[in-house]
Write a protein that binds this ligand. Structure first.
Ligand code: SAH
Length: 477
């Protein structure tokens, strides 16, 4: 039988096979071939030889379950968390951190080659090794724990198993800070003692839905926000007295969410104890964070990411800079220290309220924020000032540096078109999705820009998420 005949034979559900893992899929799963038939095997690490059982079979490929590791890969490590396989939070905890970083750099490179059409020679020159963490655990400053009820009727909290809403009880996530556990145990004990039920998604009954915990890495301030299916927690005094004893506790709030949705937070919150926010610093800039504010979850790598963006922007102090998709203005404020003027654009009005407030509490005056779609605000601005030639306040159509940090879907072409017309010397692209990044870079590099530097920054160790920072410069005419 030829190789081709065997491939056509395929595999069926419940077939088992011994597979050598030769590649990694986009979700961190191991990929191996059995007589030309491709198997995707969750929890298998590149380099492993495993026994796998087919769970779902298509014509040319299938999804299989890891039954046994027959010969472990040199890159396989013991996971730090006992729930690493079941939990949906981490996908690649069983891969050595070095290998994770190589995987992420390769993922970016692969997209730039395939979708961006960039040559291997160019990528060899411009790609820098992924920027990782010294300690890739305990990095998250924010955790949202769902509450449920176990078979015995006790309240439980933990994390959802991959692609489900089934809670795996665990108060000690390895990516979070140690104080999470203490806080959750206090809340669970309080619920048991006072017979306060967890919310049940199926019936819409019960009270405690989620608990949001935020921790300021620089200030050590702690925030707890209880999200409830109601408007109050009876006997809350007892709970507040316990929680407020925790060193660093700064804010305890309650957010009422009585809607039957997957949205975690309610629209507003009430302060139960302390203040309604905590403060934290990134790169010397102070931020006020409420339960509803967006704030980067990995403060250590965020500072590294912004420093890299700043290095790529190469500001001397006289520049006009646009920060598109600016969120609460973190990149804008970081760059404003080195620029003449920074303009930030963001679609969510509350985020811009926070951005303005953050500028105010830091005494930063050379920033201006706009609410709106980047693909509408920037073209509108450009048209206005291209015609008038600028005004006495120093507003002008041109820019020296443009930074974009879009959501997964990337930038709208109307925005990219305006960037090209504004002709900044440098464009810095911060991306959370290498595929749309590659698409947008291809556009810009077809319109007078060249790729200078590309670096993956590991904002989310142990997961498959990749963040990338790219520098492009305008081709000299
Ligand atoms: N640069 C920020 C946040 C980037 S996340 C930081 O580093 O913290 C992407 C942001 O883009 C989100 O805040 C989202 O609300 C915003 N956004 C999404 N679509 C947008 C659009 N079309 N125009 C402007 N902002 C948009």
């Amino acid at each position: 039988m030829t190789q081709k005949d065997m491939a056509q034979k395929g595999m069926r559900k419940n077939d088992t096979a011994v597979v050598k893992i030769t590649d990694i899929g986009v979700n961190g799963e191991g990929i191996g071939k059995v007589d030309g038939y491709t198997l995707f095997i969750k929890d298998a690490v590149i380099g492993d030889t495993v026994e796998a059982k087919v769970m779902k079979a298509k014509k040319n490929y299938g999804y299989a379950r890891l039954m046994e590791v027959i010969a472990p890969s040199p890159d396989r490590v013991k996971p730090q968390c006992p729930f690493a396989r079941k939990c949906g939070g981490c996908q690649i905890q069983e891969m050595s951190y070095e290998r994770q970083l190589a995987f992420k750099a390769q993922k970016v490179r692969g997209n730039l080659e395939r979708i961006g059409g960039f040559s291997a020679e160019l990528l060899d020159q411009v790609m820098e090794p992924a920027l990782g963490m010294d300690a890739p655990f305990g990095y998250r400053n924010k955790a949202q724990f769902p509450f449920g009820t176990d078979k015995e009727g006790n309240p439980v909290t933990g994390f959802y198993a991959g692609r489900t809403h089934h809670i795996i009880p665990n108060t000690d996530c390895a990516l979070g800070v140690p104080v999470n556990r203490e806080i959750l145990e206090i809340i669970l004990n309080f619920m048991k003692k006072n017979k306060i039920p967890s919310y049940d998604e199926k019936t819409g009954k019960g009270l405690i839905r989620h608990v949001l915990i935020r921790y300021g890495f620089a200030t050590r301030e702690i925030m707890v926000c209880l999200v409830v299916n109601g408007t109050e927690i009876s006997e809350a005094g007892e709970l507040l007295s316990e929680l407020s004893k925790i060193p660093g506790m700064t804010s305890i709030t309650l957010s009422s969410n009585m809607l039957r949705t997957n949205v975690i937070m309610g629209d507003s919150f009430d302060v139960l104890w302390g203040s309604g926010y905590i403060t934290d610093y990134i790169g010397g800039i102070k931020y006020r964070i409420s339960p509803l504010s967006f704030y980067q979850v990995n403060p250590v790598q965020t500072e590294n990411l912004y420093s890299l963006a700043l290095e790529y922007a190469d500001l001397k102090g006289h520049e006009t800079v646009w920060d598109l998709y600016c969120g609460i203005g973190t990149i804008s404020l970081f760059l404003a220290q080195k620029a003449r003027k920074v303009y930030g654009v963001e679609i969510i009005p509350q985020a811009i309220d926070d951005a303005r407030e953050n500028a105010r509490i830091n005494g930063i005056e050379n920033v201006e924020f706009f609410v709106g779609k980047a693909e509408e605000v920037l073209p509108g601005w450009y048209q206005q000032y291209a015609v008038s030639g600028g005004d006495s306040a120093g507003n002008e159509a041109r820019a020296d540096v443009v930074i974009v940090d879009p959501p997964r879907k990337g930038c709208d072409e109307a925005l990219l078109g305006t960037i090209v017309e504004m002709a900044p010397e440098r464009v810095v692209y911060v991306s959370c999705d290498p595929a749309t990044l590659a698409r947008d870079l291809k556009y810009l590099c077809g319109q007078g820009y060249v790729l200078e530097r590309v670096r993956a920054v590991d904002m989310f160790p142990e997961t498959v998420h990749v963040e990338t920072v790219v520098l492009m410069s305008k081709v000299k005419e």
